[in-house]
Design a protein around this ligand. Structure first.
Ligand SMILES: CCCCCCCC/C=C\CCCCCCCC(=O)SCCNC(=O)CCNC(=O)[C@H](O)C(C)(C)COP(=O)(O)OP(=O)(O)OC[C@H]1O[C@@H](n2cnc3c(N)ncnc32)[C@H](O)[C@@H]1OP(=O)(O)O
Length: 194
């Protein structure tokens, strides 16, 4: 079963993604792109604290441990939280392309309920690129990296310039990020010509 709509089918001129030569090596932990990110930041106490690693090609793997703060129904992960875990894993593919891109479209299939305490084993891959459009897919498995698929997603990310954040973000957080040398370093890690 796939939830893929026509909007997520790469156009005829799409090309295969190219792993940037300066991308983190396979197996390397990617770290957070922003300390206060709900998906990956260490500074969000109820965040997902998702940890992603570079894979071969333009792929990543990640793990997310479902906490009590992530419930929808009693003892089960909220679907929106699981979608966030997929979105975050797909977003971390940016590190391998060294491109800044945001989610334009995210389609999710929920195949199995995911209990609190589960480690969700995620993997994601860029499948095609067409201009600024980056097509990708992800799965989340339970019980281990080869376990049954609980969730999956197809996505379209759209490449943006760093000024996307500067123009749209709340001023206080933008000022704090721009005056943090570590954040500036992380942001530059996405840019081909920093
Ligand atoms: C020192 C400063 C500190 C900065 C620190 C930042 C660190 C940065 C590092 C890394 C960031 C990574 C963050 C990952 C986090 C996880 C991922 C998220 O949750 S991201 C948040 C959720 N997403 C949004 O908030 C997007 C909101 N949407 C928009 O801003 C726009 O709609 C945007 C940028 C997506 C597109 O707008 P347009 O004006 O730039 O471009 P148009 O022309 O509309 O679209 C380009 C192409 O894409 C297609 N497209 C766009 N949206 C589509 C959609 N929903 N479905 C299908 N196609 C779509 C269009 O049809 C067009 O295609 P055709 O070129 O004509 O073929």
């Amino acid at each position: 079963m796939s939830g893929t709509s026509a909007a997520l089918q790469p156009p005829a001129g799409a090309v295969k993604p190219v792993r940037h030569p300066d991308a983190p090596a396979p197996g390397e932990l990617l770290g957070a792109h922003y300390e206060h990110c709900f998906g990956c930041g260490g500074g969000q106490s109820h965040g997902l604290h998702l940890e992603a690693r570079a894979g071969e090609g333009v792929t990543v793997t990640a793990e997310f441990v479902v906490q009590a703060a992530h419930q929808g129904a009693p003892g089960l992960a909220h679907g929106g939280v699981l979608a966030t875990a997929l979105d975050e894993t797909l977003g971390s593919l940016n590190w391998l392309l060294r491109t800044i891109a945001v989610t334009g479209r995210l389609e999710t299939d929920f195949a199995r309920p995911v209990p609190v305490g589960t480690t969700l084993h995620l993997e994601a891959e860029v499948t095609a690129v067409a201009g600024r459009k980056i097509y990708s897919t992800a799965t989340g498995r339970i019980g281990g990296p080869s376990g049954p698929v609980a969730v999956r997603a197809d996505a379209l990310f759209v490449e943006v310039d760093v000024k996307h954040f500067v123009e749209h973000g709340r001023q206080a957080e933008i000022d704090a990020a721009m005056s943090d040398p570590d954040q500036v370093r992380r942001t530059r890690a996405f840019e081909v010509n920093p």
